[in-house]
Ligand binder design. Structure first.
Ligand code: IMP
Length: 196
């Protein structure tokens, strides 16, 4: 089965190939089959964004297409930053500015009200079907940055059951519990079903 990844992020491509390596799936990039195609992320939910991108690529290529969207939801902030996680402090502001803004907004908020979750959504669109795989990782927002591994909000998110942040976990440890790993596990089940 051939699958187009509706993303230009090389890291995501490698990650997807590695997660699916034992399945008879060939993953190609959107740039291989539809160079220049615009992928828009303007939805108000992760599902909306992922579905929109996968539908766009499938409409152009007629090859089963996979797209993702992910982010951090802080319950005290009504699930913000959510779909604007990448640009919370403004377009091009970067991880450090995003983390600072979030910590500032949460300053003085008691530990019991600092619940948050990471969420990853994968949308698979093919001939006559649309499937969604979701993975979440519950945890809490810390009061300051800790750790240097990973990216994004990793230094200020402590997953449930751990006393370390995502950024203090090794890549292997994070891959065992992360929202993305859980979404990939759900996707694998979907693909296995579709392959039989
Ligand atoms: P996207 O899914 O590539 O659009 O990523 C959205 C944003 O969510 C990223 O830029 C990060 O700010 C945040 N994010 C998603 N997954 C993670 C993660 O595993 N660790 C830290 N931040 C993440």
């Amino acid at each position: 089965m051939k699958l187009v990844l509706a993303s230009r992020n090389r890291h995501k491509m490698l990650e997807l190939r590695s997660f699916l390596q034992d399945l008879p799936v060939e993953v190609v990039s959107v740039d291989d089959v539809a160079p220049g195609l615009t992928l828009v992320e303007d939805g108000s939910t992760f599902v909306e964004n992922a579905l929109k991108k996968a539908r766009t690529v499938f409409a152009h290529t007629k090859i089963p297409s996979l797209a993702d969207d992910s982010g951090l939801e802080v319950f005290f902030l009504n699930a913000r930053p959510g779909v604007i996680s990448a640009r919370y402090a403004g377009d091009g502001a970067g991880d450090e500015a995003n983390n600072k803004k979030l910590l500032r907004e949460m300053r003085g908020v008691a530990a019991r009200r600092r619940h948050a979750q990471f969420c990853a959504v994968l949308a698979l669109v093919g001939p006559g079907y649309e499937e969604i795989a979701v993975g979440t990782c519950p945890g809490t927002l810390t009061e300051s940055s800790r750790g240097t591994n990973g990216f994004g909000y990793d230094p200020i998110f402590q997953p449930e059951g751990f006393s370390r942040t995502y950024a203090e976990l090794s890549q292997d440890e994070k891959n065992r519990i992360s929202h993305r790993a859980r979404a990939f596990a759900a996707l694998r089940d979907i693909l296995k079903r579709r392959l039989t």
